[in-house]
Design a protein around this ligand. Structure first.
Ligand code: NAD
Ligand code: UDX
Length: 479
């Protein structure tokens, strides 16, 4: 029986290994982590992450060929294939702070693998890492290896949160990079055979190590760039009376462009896009390519601009003052169908509104109150000024209330900000909500999910990103 061990039981390690175990009953999969609470949760009825379809897959395999454990050394030593799926966040201090990837967790894992291994291993980079990381990992492993053979593969993960199980069941492609030596090619084949249990062969792409590592950063940069492009257009739409949904539709019909990932929003969030672009920017700078670095930086600058623009729109629309006004925040996670709040645009928007002394009533179907309060009080790294963790922090807990349904959040509010596109927000009883709010009652839709005309007929003043402005708002520039 092939034995797999995955170091890191997070958003990627957990679902990916559960699907491998489910699709390959003849393979034993053990997911290990340093976090005891996380492993306890994976072994319980209440999984540590919310992801549609995940529970079902885990329940079918857990205890059969899928295990979660904190006994890292034991399971690493026994494994034939070790996936490393630890976090690779942006460095917060020292050289490259604010841009470079922090590989501390990766290096610790590599050293542990070198220390405890007694037999040949295939070590798979599942985390997103800077191009050329495999070279560094190889050095750590071979310098400490006592003659044991290690093959390093790059197998970046392309799943998106909220659709992880579907993405894993039916991936657009699986990418495997390896050394172009007989041993390297043998290792690639071993991993390919695992995926071949359910992924059609033509969707398994094999490349050299550096192409695989760089393709992951490139894919995330391209995806984020599309969102910043459409968001940049949304500002121009508001200035001219064009409708960004109509523009996206028309542009996306061009088969060279395609219709996906063209939804204008209050900004992209999530643990990957910003981190991976910053990482790309840093790599370009280190390779003497400042023009390329500046090109990609703009994607993040436009994203920041979009969040600021949204806050300015709210404040300017409400007579330039939101002090002590109740504002309902609908949605806090970075997208629907996840409880993940890493880099969610809601953090920056809420901070902006709190900075103008608003009273926020926040509701999200999946994000717990503790998480929201932590996110809003944490210091934020200022990526433009490496080495200086900025003092943008917030600590006025009495300005925030976190509630358990949308009607509670909106009751008596002066304005509603929709920051996540949860399906339940589409079918709210907006007449009931309007009747509970003082006039003028505002809705600021950061996800373009409401029926603008219907809400205007009820009486709301409606702002929807990139849509023709409400007559009420026309003379109030947000920039
Ligand atoms: P995560 O923070 O959810 O999980 C990482 C886990 O690794 C944590 O549980 C942490 O305790 C554990 N860990 C850290 N150091 C460890 C060590 N030395 N030994 C054992 N466990 C250790 O992160 P994630 O979202 O799963 O992301 C993991 C990697 O995958 C990152 O590089 C990320 O960029 C990449 N990625 C993430 C996504 C996504 O949607 N979240 C998608 C594709 C790729
Ligand atoms: C992303 C990549 O899609 C995935 O391939 C990679 O493995 C990890 O990073 P994720 O961050 O989980 O996945 O979600 P994604 O669906 O890409 O959305 C990212 C952000 O962009 C969200 O905040 C989402 O709301 C926003 N978005 C997405 C838009 O604003 N408009 C769009 O058209 C699409």
């Amino acid at each position: 029986m092939v034995k797999i061990c995955c170091i890191g039981a997070g958003y990627v390690g957990g679902p990916t290994m559960a699907v491998i175990a489910y699709k390959c009953p003849s393979v034993e999969v053990v997911v290990v982590d340093i976090s005891k609470p996380r492993i306890t949760a994976w072994n319980s009825e209440q999984l540590p992450i919310y992801e549609p379809g995940l529970e079902d897959v885990v329940k079918k395999c857990r205890g059969k060929n899928l295990f979660f454990s904190t006994e890292i050394e034991k399971h690493v030593a026994k494994a034939d294939i070790i996936f490393v799926s630890v976090n690779t966040p942006t460095k917060t201090q020292g050289l490259g702070a604010g841009k470079a990837a922090d590989l501390t967790y990766w290096e610790t894992s590599a050293r542990l693998i070198a220390d405890v291994s007694k037999s040949a291993k295939i070590v798979v980079e599942k985390s997103t890492v800077p191009v050329k990381t495999a070279e560094a990992i190889e050095k750590i492993l071979t310098h400490n290896s006592k003659g044991i053979s290690f093959q390093i593969l790059s197998n970046p993960e392309f799943l998106a949160e909220g659709t992880a199980i579907d993405d894993l069941f039916n991936p657009d492609r699986v990418l495997i990079g390896g050394r172009e030596t007989p041993d390297g090619m043998k290792a690639v084949k071993t991993l390919k055979d695992i995926y071949a249990h359910w992924v059609p062969e033509e969707r398994i792409i094999c490349t050299n190590l550096w192409s695989a590592e760089l393709s992951k950063l490139a894919a995330n940069a391209f995806l984020a760039q599309r969102i910043s492009s459409v968001n940049a257009m949304s500002a121009l739409c508001e200035a001219t009376g064009a409708d960004v949904s109509e523009v996206s539709n028309a542009v996306g019909k061009d088969t060279r462009i395609g219709p996906n990932f063209l939804n204008s929003s209050v900004g992209f969030g999530g643990s990957c896009f910003q981190k991976d672009i910053l990482n790309l920017v840093y790599i370009c700078e280190c390779n003497g390519l400042p023009q390329v670095a500046n090109y990609w930086k703009q994607v993040i600058k436009v994203n920041d601009y979009q969040k600021t623009r949204f806050v300015n729109r709210v404040v300017s629309s409400m007579f330039n003052t939101i002090a002590n006004k109740k504002i309902a925040i609908l949605g806090f996670s970075f997208k629907k169908d996840t409880g993940d709040t890493r880099e969610t645009p809601a953090i920056d928007v809420c901070r902006g509104l709190l900075g103008d002394n608003a009273q926020l009533s926040i509701y999200d179907p999946q994000v717990p109150e503790r998480q929201i309060r932590d996110d809003l009080s944490m210091r934020k790294l200022d990526w433009e000024h490496p080495g200086h963790a900025s003092s943008v922090s917030f600590s006025a807990p009495e300005q925030i209330s976190v509630v358990t349904d949308a009607y509670q959040a909106t009751g008596g509010a002066h304005a509603i900000c929709i920051l996540t596109e949860w399906d339940e927000f589409r079918s709210l009883d907006f007449q009931r909500i309007y009747d509970s709010m003082p006039n003028p009652a505002y809705i600021f839709d950061g996800r373009n999910i409401v029926d603008v005309e219907k809400l205007r007929r009820i009486g709301f003043v409606v702002y929807s990103i990139g849509k023709p402005l409400d007559p009420w708002l026309v003379d109030m520039p947000a920039d």
